[in-house]
Write a protein that binds this ligand. Structure first.
Ligand code: ZN
Length: 461
């Protein structure tokens, strides 16, 4: 009898305990789903690692105290996943604060916004001025940031979408600008700095103590960090020489986190199987890019990997590579090419073959190759390019080769790599040394001048 009572008590405790766990589990699941960590068929453990990585925590893949605290913390909800941001074309921008939070004086909010804007102006050169109407960008304190999970402190758009800022009206804001804020209050200055960073075109950063961290609701007020300074300077610099110097500084900062991809002088190929599956190659190694964070995929693999790790028979070093219409992967070296079936790992029968046999009319030692939007394949070598279509006769029309300059980019010869990114933006990118160009770019409101720094825009360096 006594035993039965203990058994019943045990059962009750067990059920209660499990109910709590299930509820917590559901909350975690909702949070991970809502903020996109589960995208791309990630398992829950991978999603938790993603979240931990973003916050600079140890990646255990399990919910621990630190990670639970993270989920409770107010965060930013700015858009994510874009490969490229944008920047302001004009040097003078007006802003309008549409309303004010209930617990702060309007004059205090005006001062905080003005000072936060001018902190960024020091590094970007963009000047901001408050006006009462017809502003370029607006700042709004809104009640519409309620979610079923997590707490959103603020959000902002990139310059290409006007840079508007939204801040959660329901949080207990303080005017405190440094030090530790009392629990339950949040520094408006810090959140303003963060959202203005987005308004300039900056993405989130996992660099320790960066004001561009996703998790902006911590107790200690963050300020513009040297890594943020470098990023904004690179974004707003037009001088390639200056850019290179800044990039070197950035690489030095970054080298403690992710040494290699940020420092390679040039790439050999960049290939995309889908928008979220983009590989970058130098001569002998490859990296998998993570579209979600613009970062190097954590994926339990330490990049760079030797090309032969995945593509066993591929040569030690390559000239270039591409993926064809049938999702076959080709590698090129000298006079030879290697073709891998769409499963990516199996070498096709009879390969390697001579390029002249597989692609009649195409020379050896090519620099770069892509299949374009018209489904035809373009080979680049020196200052020329050739168009190949296996269903045409001849497969390379007699008007080829044509000069590279016809693509309207200012690279006259010796491309490093080319990518038609049909899975993502339908744009064509040409890579040379540390820079890249985009083909056919037309844009009105925002500068998208080229060349741009590959490491910054593609590798999040
Ligand atoms: Zn943000």
């Amino acid at each position: 009898m006594t035993g039965d009572i203990y058994y019943v008590i045990f059962l009750v405790l067990f059920v209660v305990k499990n109910n709590v766990s299930c509820q917590e589990m559901n909350e975690t699941m909702n949070y991970l789903n809502y903020f996109g960590y589960m995208d791309g068929n990630r398992t829950m453990s991978e999603a938790i690692m993603m979240l931990q990585k973003e916050a600079g925590l140890e990646r255990t893949g399990e919910m621990n105290q630190e990670t639970e605290a993270l989920i409770e913390m107010p965060r930013c909800d700015a858009p994510k996943g874009a490969y490229h941001g944008s920047r302001w074309l004009v040097k003078d921008i007006t802003y309008h604060i549409l309303n004010y939070p209930p617990n702060l004086e309007a004059a205090d909010v005006d001062n905080i916004a003005r000072d936060a804007f001018s902190e960024w102006t020091k590094h970007s050169g963009i000047k901001f001025k408050q006006v009462q109407q017809n502003a370029k960008l607006t700042i709004e304190f809104t009640d519409s940031m309620k979610t079923t999970t997590g707490v959103i402190a603020g959000s902002a758009k990139f310059p290409i979408c006007r840079g508007d800022i939204s801040i959660n009206n329901a949080l207990n804001w303080t005017t405190q600008r440094s030090g530790i804020v009392p629990t339950g209050t949040f520094s408006l200055y810090q959140v303003m700095l963060h959202e203005i960073g987005h308004s300039h075109g900056l993405r989130h950063s996992s660099y320790p103590n960066s004001v561009m961290t996703t998790f902006i609701g911590g107790n200690e007020v963050l300020h513009i960090h040297p890594s943020d300074e470098q990023r904004i300077k690179i974004l707003y610099s037009d001088n390639p020489q200056e850019l290179s110097e800044k990039k070197e500084n950035m690489s030095r900062l970054q080298s403690t986190i992710e040494p290699s991809l940020c420092n390679i002088p040039k790439i050999s190929a960049i290939i995309a199987y889908e928008a979220n599956l983009v590989y970058v190659f130098n001569e002998s190694a490859y990296w998998l890019l993570d579209a979600w964070t613009n970062d190097i995929e954590f994926n339990f693999v330490q990049y760079p990997m030797k090309i032969s790790h995945w593509w066993k028979e591929a040569p030690e070093t390559i000239n270039t590579a591409f993926v064809d219409n049938g999702n076959h992967t080709y590698f090129f070296r000298g006079a030879l090419c290697w073709k891998y079936l769409s499963g990516k790992r199996d070498l096709a029968v009879g390969f390697p073959k001579n390029i002249s046999e597989e692609f009649p009319g195409i020379p050896d030692d090519i620099d770069a190759v892509m299949t374009w939007s018209n489904q035809k394949t373009y080979f680049f070598k020196g200052s020329n390019y050739w168009r190949f279509d296996e269903n045409e006769d001849p497969q390379v029309p007699s008007v080829y080769p044509k000069p590279l300059s016809r693509w309207g980019i200012s690279i006259s010869s010796d491309l490093d790599a080319v990518l038609y990114f049909g899975h993502y933006s339908e744009d064509t990118y040409f890579f040379k040394d540390a820079f890249y160009y985009k083909y056919g770019e037309i844009h009105e409101a925002v500068i998208r001048r080229y060349p741009r720094h590959t490491a910054f825009w593609w590798f999040n360096c």
